[in-house]
Design a binder for this molecule. Sequence first.
Ligand SMILES: NC(=O)c1ccc[n+]([C@@H]2O[C@H](COP(=O)([O-])OP(=O)(O)OC[C@H]3O[C@@H](n4cnc5c(N)ncnc54)[C@H](O)[C@@H]3O)[C@@H](O)[C@H]2O)c1
Length: 256
Amino acid sequence: MIDYRNFNEDFSLAGKTAVITGAASGIGYEIAKMYARKGADVVSFDMHEAKDLGDYVKEQGRGYLAYVGNITKTEDIDACIAQTVEKFGKLDILVNCAGIGVVESVLEHDEDLWDKTIAVNLTGTVRFGRAAAKVMKENGGGKIINMGSQAGIVALDGHLTYGSCKAAVIYATKQFAMELAQYNINVNAISPTIILTPMGEENWNNEKGVEFKKKIPARRFGYPEEVAACAVFLASDAASLINGANLVIDGGFTIC
Ligand SMILES: NC(=O)c1ccc[n+]([C@@H]2O[C@H](COP(=O)([O-])OP(=O)(O)OC[C@H]3O[C@@H](n4cnc5c(N)ncnc54)[C@H](O)[C@@H]3O)[C@@H](O)[C@H]2O)c1
């Protein structure tokens, strides 16, 4: 019998095993570090080496596994999950954070860029989620957190491909949640405004960004740690009745 009422009020992740895709940079990197501070063992899945992440996680007294792979390859996803289960015996949390940012318009459209972006941001997210859910079902439950975006909620200039992916990720989150709730698996999305990561800085640390900030009621962009805090809460036992939600962290941008 699960004790839903006596959850840890500090949102502890002690004893949990978390796979974080895109953990080598930006939001995923901060989530991985905060998860370790909250007591989780961390598995990094990324195309790139995750710099000092392994040392950091071990300094927190937590276990660490790095898998360098491509989210568009099913064999990489399966191998990462198999290694996670082999090393830690289970998989409790998946954060689907790997993604690429592209800017293009309806009339200036690049078919190859569309295909590549869909493969990483949408198909990769869905495939990793499905593979993780199969293990979580056997474990008796788990949490999946998908990275959406404000661009998946409202139309933004130049965001045809990126926004389409993120809108689909927000939809897929609901579909996963509906089907998997019976297995004690929670699936939620987080949709940030512009976050000051390498991706955010590259696209928005310019005149366009100054203008954009004027449209955000809070008049600022976000920090990766602020998104990581949302990901801690959604992964914690305190969030067990939250399913299919899209937690928007945008300083109020999408309410206007
Ligand atoms: N930064 C923002 O402003 C912002 C806003 C809203 C949503 N997001 C979303 O948050 C997530 C993280 O963004 P970020 O700003 O931290 O980006 P980032 O570029 O700093 O990090 C993304 C990571 O994903 C990895 N990655 C990319 N393609 C991959 C692939 N095919 N296989 C494995 N790994 C791959 C990269 O190597 C990188 O480490 C993305 O899904 C992004 O769409 C970002």
